[in-house]
Design a protein around this ligand. Structure first.
Ligand SMILES: *Cc1c(COP(=O)(O)O)cnc(C)c1O
Length: 221
């Protein structure tokens, strides 16, 4: 099994227009380089320490996605280079990203993470919290961040109909936000959902961005 072969097989299964993010958490940089050599440019990491260690060791055109829970006091370490923060789950976090983006003279793309699983452990907003966040944003504009879509993780289960239902819910949330809050904003178009075990379902339900780790790099230890 090789990273190169896995990527080739995966690309054949991607729907046109769906972006593949290689989730390289816990993997050594030589494996990320293998994926890079095979043409992969979008990489996802879920820990600040790890992404800031790997970033300088990879070519400058890598597009880094931050996909894990992000503490406000660590935002400053990733804002110089991160391409997309997929896991925004509070106004406080968004404000800090805005502040640090301004320091770096950048506009940073963000996804709002929604809680769609029936598990206690996952992070994310619900509809009411998102509504509140966006109402506050309308009052005090944050010019250094762009909300470009939504992200969610389905439950860890073998029940594919349950997973489908959860993805469908995220798509409905996206449609609601698009029509109520972002009708004229072309940047708001991303639905990040689907991992190695369920990205096929996610694409059927409208994913534009899938996040795949073990399906590329093998199982994490
Ligand atoms: C680890 C992780 C993935 C990838 O999981 P795999 O099952 O290895 O494909 C996707 N999204 C997030 C948020 C993750 O933490």
């Amino acid at each position: 099994m090789s990273v190169n072969k896995n990527l080739q097989d995966l690309r054949l299964r991607l729907k046109p227009g769906v972006r593949l993010v290689a989730v390289s958490k816990t993997m050594p940089v030589n494996m990320l380089r293998e994926a890079y050599e095979a043409g992969q440019r979008h990489f996802g990491e879920n820990k600040v320490q790890e992404i800031i260690r790997k970033q300088p060791e990879m070519p400058a055109d890598v597009q880094w996605h931050f996909i894990g829970h992000l503490q406000t006091n660590k935002v400053k370490f990733i804002t110089p280079f991160v391409q997309l923060i997929e896991s925004v789950d509070s106004l406080k976090l968004l404000k800090e990203i805005n502040r640090q983006a301004a320091h770096n003279n950048r506009i940073i793309n963000c996804l709002l993470q929604f809680y769609i699983a029936d598990e206690e452990t996952k992070f994310g907003l619900d509809e009411a919290e998102a509504q509140q966040l966006l109402e506050t944003l309308r009052a005090e504009k944050l010019n250094q961040v762009a909300i470009v879509g939504v992200m969610g993780m389905a439950s860890f289960t073998d029940n594919r109909e349950q997973i489908r239902g959860e993805f469908r819910r995220l798509k409905a949330i996206f449609d609601w936000l698009k029509s109520e809050w972002f009708p004229a904003d072309d940047r708001f178009k991303e639905i990040s959902m689907g991992m190695s075990g369920d990205f096929d379902i996610a694409m059927e339900e409208g994913a534009t961005n899938v996040r795949i780790g073990s399906g590329i790099f093998g199982l994490r230890v």
